[in-house]
Design a protein around this ligand. Structure first.
Ligand code: CTP
Ligand code: MN
Ligand code: MN
Length: 487
């Protein structure tokens, strides 16, 4: 991703009061200390200053944004009016949520009406949460989660803890952290105090302690410690290579290897075909794929497939179907209207690398009681060459990059058409959404659901579905649109 070039400020501006350089010249924040307390106020001041905000000690006519926490609007306005300012109506008088969101985004977010503490508005409720938290379900498939995350500050930290638990093979804690991440992502508001989380499911003691620390200090020391840990850093680096899982990464780490260069120059390391491709195209595939690049690949694959089977059906799935702007790969589902014709539907001519798995799907072995990470359909894990002129607006480019193509990770799965709806749900994800759909089916409906089928254990029969809506209806669930499945 290209990062915008930051303008350097004049040194005088930058060094005023020993603060980091001021990035936002038009914004002067004043934090109302009453209710907030002086230690929290100085902490928030340091946090904002470190992010390039100018925070004023005294309320004067220079101030543009007044931020207050847990304040009764009438009291606050009375207090402001008693300050003898030239024009109080010019002030943006804001709830702490504006401040929290601005810290999260690292820039002053646009003031919306929900941020405003209006002179005439009724007093703020004790717990300023617009979503009734009591209605948040423990099942991700009963929540609607868009790509808009109001609690990134917390979820980023908790995802580090989940990953670190995974590296230590602590599956329980890993899943617990992922569940709390998923709940926080579903909220339509930024959590501003622990009180606002009362009644939310899946938030354990550890998660709450982490959140409290972030609310108080803007950071979590446990997370920072993990991020500095040598083992964590090495495992994260190694598992970032296509074809390298936690087991292989651990093996390399325990042999004393720490960098990718060391892996490549160590004579005793034997890489498999997938890992060799992972290293060969590392630079390309560790770079996010844009929506335009994903669309271009869709057109290319469609064209290639249609030249072999003209009525083949191709759908974009995975993160892009859920409305994400960037992904680590592009996922497609492919089938043919006529059953059986999907067999041997292979892609040729554009492959840089393809790990092909033939179908091992066996109807007589259904339903499956085992939880399997992988389905049995024919599939390809590929790295495709995408040329500059194939992408609308061109490829994303790093400075000094003159190549006219890039490699992109692409997954294609090919189920028979009568299984299409199940597989489409499975491959659209998110992982947590689908995991909970299965859990909900098993626990609440005595049904088994996976990428192949939906089985009713009580009636002892398979339920047919041609669309995703059919599957939700069989499960007695309200339909959740793909862009609401970012759990
Ligand atoms: N999936 C699956 N079987 C696999 C691999 C993936 O069912 N062998 C499913 C995953 O559960 C996920 C979806 O396919 O829901 C997409 O997987 P992936 O590409 O890893 O994740 P995305 O959500 O697309 O995230 P990203 O944008 O980073 O690619
Ligand atoms: Mn994907
Ligand atoms: Mn994928």
């Amino acid at each position: 991703m290209l990062s915008p070039v930051k303008k350097r400020l004049r040194p005088v501006e930058a060094s005023a009061r020993g603060q980091a350089e001021v990035k936002f010249m038009d914004v002067r924040v004043y934090l109302v200390e009453r209710k907030m307390g002086s230690s929290r106020r100085s902490f928030l001041t340091r946090l904002a200053t470190s992010k390039g905000f100018r925070v004023e000690d005294v309320l004067s006519d220079e101030v543009t944004h007044v931020v207050a926490e847990d304040y009764l609007a009438t009291q606050l306005w009375a207090w402001l009016q008693g300050h003898g300012l030239r024009d109080v109506s010019k002030l943006q008088v804001l709830d702490i949520s504006w401040f929290t969101e601005s810290m999260r985004d690292g820039r002053p977010v646009t003031v919306e009406s929900r941020h405003l503490i209006q002179a005439t508005s009724p007093p703020l409720p004790q717990c300023p949460s617009p979503t009734p938290v009591a209605q948040v379900s423990q099942y991700a498939c009963k929540r609607r989660t868009t790509t808009e995350n109001h609690n990134k500050m917390f979820t980023d930290a908790l995802e580090v803890l989940a990953e670190s638990s995974e590296f230590c093979e602590n599956e329980g804690p890993c899943l617990a952290f992922l569940r709390s991440v998923s709940v926080l992502k579903s909220l339509s508001f930024a959590v501003g105090s622990l009180k606002a989380t009362q009644g939310l499911p899946c938030l354990g003691e550890h998660t709450k302690a982490v959140m409290e620390e972030i609310l108080m200090f803007g950071r979590c020391f446990e997370v920072e410690k993990i991020q500095c840990d040598e083992r964590y850093q090495a495992l994260k680096l190694f598992t970032g290579v296509f074809g390298v899982g936690p087991k292989t990464a651990e093996k390399w780490y325990s042999r004393g290897l720490r960098s990718l260069r060391e892996i490549l120059t160590e004579p005793n390391i034997k890489l498999n075909k997938m890992q060799r491709a992972g290293f060969l195209y590392y630079r390309d595939i560790s770079k996010a794929v844009s929506k335009a690049e994903a669309k271009a690949l869709g057109r290319i694959i469609e064209e290639t497939v249609h030249s072999i089977v003209p009525d083949a059906i191709l759908d974009l799935t995975g993160g892009f179907r859920r409305g994400k702007e960037y992904g680590h790969d592009v996922d497609f589902l492919l089938t043919t209207p006529e059953m059986g014709k999907e067999k041997g539907l292979l892609l040729q001519g554009i492959l840089l690398y393809c790990e092909h798995q033939d179908s091992t799907f066996d109807v007589t072995k259904m339903p499956s009681y085992r939880f399997e990470a992988m389905d049995h359909f024919q599939k390809c894990f590929m790295i495709l060459r995408l040329a500059e002129d194939q992408v609308e607006g061109g490829l994303q480019r790093d400075l000094g990059d003159t190549r006219c193509w890039r490699g992109v990770r692409v997954d294609v799965v090919v189920p028979p058409v009568d299984r299409y709806a199940f597989t489409l749900i499975g491959w659209t994800g998110s992982r947590m959404f689908v995991r909970d759909l299965r859990r909900f089916a098993r626990k609440e409906r005595q049904m088994l659901f996976d990428n192949h089928a939906l089985y009713d254990k009580t009636k002892k029969l398979f339920l047919r579905a041609t669309t995703e809506e059919d599957v939700f209806a069989h499960l007695g669930l309200e339909y959740v649109e793909p862009w609401q499945r970012n759990a």
